[in-house]
Design a protein around this ligand. Structure first.
Ligand code: ADP
Ligand code: MG
Length: 250
């Protein structure tokens, strides 16, 4: 579902991603761990073309993201084609990014109507199904400010699901939450994983990674230092940099 080859990205002189390779099969969960500043958010932003890449390729479901290839050269896609690709790639941020002036239901129907062209009726029925999946079927008329942080993040997840994305990206979805609210969000994510949603999750929740991930990737200084099954990477890391990072966070 996702294939990244030799991805490079710099901001000015700062080389943030230095030849990242990554592959995620359909239905699998990959957790990306690594120190602050190692390039995790930039990696996610390159996957949905929120950042332009300098070199390498990103393919989602076999289709190049952000570019079309002709005669061996890459040409950047236009805004509309990029928007169509982004509609297939969901993203959940640390700070929810819900629309504060819209109700929960309106937050969930806006893009399915505006981008996918669903009728309002179809979009509402889809939205209600997604709200039930995150355990908030009874809060469709609330405004975001009336909900706890954990509830808001579950709404943000439901909003991403309402687009029925092929791939769902999470950027530290529990980092902004009070500790007692983390569990409900991780539980919703675990349910999605069990239902077969393909996900890439940047997280500091090592317990979640151990339990839910098919693959754990340790990123440091823009490089994949180590990747493999959770028990390999988390319990028996082979690289010194991975060992040192895990000692700090565990
Ligand atoms: P992480 O998510 O692992 O903490 P980021 O991908 O956010 O790391 O950032 C990696 C590096 O790239 C940092 O040094 C950060 O300052 C830099 N960076 C990220 N975005 C930008 C940007 N838009 N302009 C300049 N530097 C950036
Ligand atoms: Mg980040």
């Amino acid at each position: 579902m996702l294939r990244i080859r030799d991805l490079h990205k710099s901001f000015g002189p700062t080389r943030v991603l230095r030849g990242v390779d990554l592959a995620v099969r359909q239905g699998e969960v990959t957790c990306v761990i690594g120190p602050s500043g190692s390039g995790k958010s930039t990696l996610l932003r390159c996957i949905n073309h929120l950042e332009k890449i300098d070199a390498g390729r990103v393919e989602v479901d076999g289709v190049l993201v952000g570019y079309r290839e002709s005669a061996g050269r890459l040409h950047e896609l236009g805004d509309r084609a990029i928007a169509r690709q982004r509609a297939e790639i969901g993203m959940v941020f640390q700070h929810f990014n819900l629309f504060g002036h819209l109700t929960v239901l309106e937050n969930l129907t806006e893009a399915p109507v505006g981008v996918l062209g669903l009728s309002k009726k179809e979009a509402r029925s889809r939205a209600r199904e997604k709200l039930r999946r995150v355990g908030l079927g009874d809060r469709e008329d609330a405004y975001p400010r009336q909900l706890s942080g954990g509830q808001q993040q579950r709404i943000a997840i439901a909003r991403a699901l309402a687009m029925e994305p092929k791939l769902l990206l999470f950027d530290e979805p529990t980092s902004a939450l009070d500790p007692e609210l983390v569990g409900e969000v991780l539980a919703a994510m675990r349910d999605l994983a069990e239902a077969g949603q393909t996900m890439v999750v940047v997280t500091h929740e090592i317990g979640f990674a151990r339990e839910v991930a098919d693959t754990v990737v340790f990123l440091d200084h823009g490089e994949v230092v180590e990747s493999g099954r959770p028990n390999q990477v988390l319990d028996d890391p082979q690289q010194r940099r991975t060992q040192e990072f895990l000692q700090r966070v565990l």
